[in-house]
Design a protein around this ligand. Sequence first.
Ligand code: GLA
Length: 327
Amino acid sequence: MELTRKAMLSGLLAGAVAGCARSAPGLKIGFIVKNPEEPWFQDEWRFADMAARQNGFTVLKIGAMDGDRVLTAIDNLAAKNAAGFIICAPDTRLGPAIEQRARVNDLKVMSVDDRLVDARGRPIENIPHVGISAADIGALAGRMAVEEAVRRGWPLSETGILRVSFDGLETARERTSNGRDAAVAAGVPVGNVHDAPQRTTDTEGGFNAASPVLTRAAMLKRWIVLGMNDESVLGGVRAAEQLGLPAQDIIGIGIGGSGSAEAEFSKPALTGFYGSILLSPRRHGFDTSLAMYRWVTEGVRPAPVTFTEGLPMERSNWRTLLAAQKA
Ligand code: GLA
């Protein structure tokens, strides 16, 4: 099987060199994600499939929620003659194991969303990566929240910041700590910041983290909710609503802007989920798959690191922004 794959790939490369291989029938690329239920990852896969359709290859989509499943997935990709894979791993510390398994199986690898780290926690420079510009995007969320608080006439001295945190993941820590810092720089007292560490990065994880923290800080009646993604923020917002806070006293700003945010903005009445920072699943799904395809067929190595931007999104502009993204 190994020989077949090598023969096929060298055939492809030869074709590419001859300048005639835009389509590569039979070529397979893996796309492994840590949380296949999450709308963000569904969107990435959708765009990956689009790149595959346009260029004549196949994307093998695999959900892997823990380390064992990641390693099995990589072996399975090799058994299916895939040429390489893109991965958002359930734990970035799996980096060395993933790198090793890819090498043993002669598969090219690039990471998306969460950058893989080595045993000392440093990014593995050798694995090309596409992630969001986490610090800028987090700061944008923090500023957007305070701007809305000021518009509502909230006294910032009595405004709380709930930081739904997941600090073990670098991109998450950067997003929420820069969001917090931006909100503090804009006038919210640092003493009003409350961290709610989440165990999982979904809505339930956000809710479970936020509830006890909000209960303990009940003297604050108005809250800004920040988190690493829309689901975490939604969890925090739901916890605040459950404690009886009205939507007008909650400003949740998520990160992502796709499925979960869309569902929230579609509700007729304002909710505590005020806005989000729209990311580009096209760049993370389509562009990564195309980059892998070119790497495999033309020998063009992807850029070592790419950081993508985000756009502020709320009730007044979400339809326009999403329509532009889908066009
Ligand atoms: C991380 C998060 C996802 C999403 C992506 C975007 O992987 O867990 O929810 O925000 O980053 O890069």
